[in-house]
Ligand binder design. Structure first.
Ligand SMILES: [Zn+2]
Length: 330
């Protein structure tokens, strides 16, 4: 029997991807998750249309207040991890270096970097409340349209960061080409995205938190991404599958997604999305919060085990762009 093949939402080849499972977004729309063997990417089919994406990216995506999360403790923990990332990247930077944070959100990562090094901080974030907040941070040069080849001179950027942005891009490979064009030789690419090869992805399939339909258009396997970057002439400096910020929560919310028909309810309530949780009984939400608190230590431990096996729910890579001479030898 011939199985139908679908277009790949990552490399855009047609009739190449095979059906894996279905997933449903918060608004009740169902998508197929399809996998393309040769590029190693999962993607949504059909591709979410403009209207669906606009709805999913309305202001509730970043929370209704100044911060993404309404709970001060959650926001504090996130800040602690953000400072850690800034510390890691700052080691590679010198005074006056240009750094681009692609999908910079409210600009807090660039702010954390600026605290450490007097860099030229460029942020790109599509217009909205988050971009408006970023624009108010002194020292950030903000652009609110998508990255284009002429935005920066060739080899002018010392470091590009993309934290949980790559999977949102409609043209991820094109964006990487632009990054390759603007990065200096020995420039740094720091990137994180959900791990499509993780235990969570395999266990929860369409109910996995980090699948996040319709916003995540494609998820490439870390092994396929590394191979592609190696072929482009990049050397891997560091990889981590152990994010305590993303992974244990991914497990907790995915388990809740199996039990509760309303997807990502606890996550949305932590962000202060009141409209989404409105019709859900308050006592059930309290139970979900209790489950979060009680089970976190356990899933913190299982996360560390998964990370050793490179099966943690998310991955963070740091690559260095090798020099022209080194590329020829590769
Ligand atoms: Zn593909």
């Amino acid at each position: 029997m011939n199985h139908p093949l679908f277009p790949c939402g990552y490399c855009h080849e047609t009739n190449v991807a095979s059906h894996c499972y279905f997933t449903e977004d918060q608004y009740g729309t169902t998508y197929r998750v399809v996998f393309h063997e040769s590029c190693g990417a999962f993607s949504l089919f059909p591709r979410p249309d403009e209207q669906a994406l606009q709805k999913a990216y309305d202001d509730s995506y970043y929370g209704s207040s100044e911060k993404k999360f309404t709970f001060p403790l959650v926001e504090r923990v996130i800040e602690w991890f953000r400072e850690g990332r800034a510390r890691k990247l700052a080691k590679w930077l010198n005074e006056g270096d240009r750094v681009l944070d692609l999908g910079c959100g409210n600009g807090h990562f660039l702010k954390a970097l600026l605290k450490r090094k007097p860099i030229r901080a460029h942020g790109i974030e599509l217009a909205g409340k988050a971009a408006a907040r970023a624009a108010q941070i002194p020292g950030i040069i903000l652009k609110t349209t998508k990255l284009q080849i002429n935005d920066f001179p060739e080899k002018s950027i010392k470091a590009v960061c993309m934290f949980h942005v790559y999977e949102h891009l409609p043209e991820p490979l094109e964006t990487l080409e632009i990054i390759d064009h603007i990065l200096q030789e020995e420039g740094i690419l720091m990137i994180s995205f959900p791990n499509a090869d993780s235990i969570q992805s395999r266990l929860f399939k369409g109910r996995w938190l980090h699948l996040d339909p319709p916003r995540h258009l494609s998820l490439v396997k870390p092994s396929a991404f590394k191979k592609m970057m190696r072929e482009k002439g990049y050397r891997l400096l560091n990889e981590s599958y152990a994010s305590m910020e993303q992974n244990p929560y991914g497990m907790i919310q995915s388990i809740l997604n199996l039990i509760c028909p309303k997807r990502d309810l606890l996550f949305e309530s932590l962000k202060g999305n009141k409209a989404y949780r409105e019709s859900y009984p308050a006592w059930k939400l309290t139970l979900q919060r209790l489950f979060f608190i009680v089970s976190f230590p356990l899933f913190g431990l299982t996360n560390l085990t998964a990370a050793i096996l490179k099966r943690g729910a998310t991955v963070e890579f740091i690559f260095i762009r090798t020099t022209k001479a080194a590329r020829i030898c590769l």
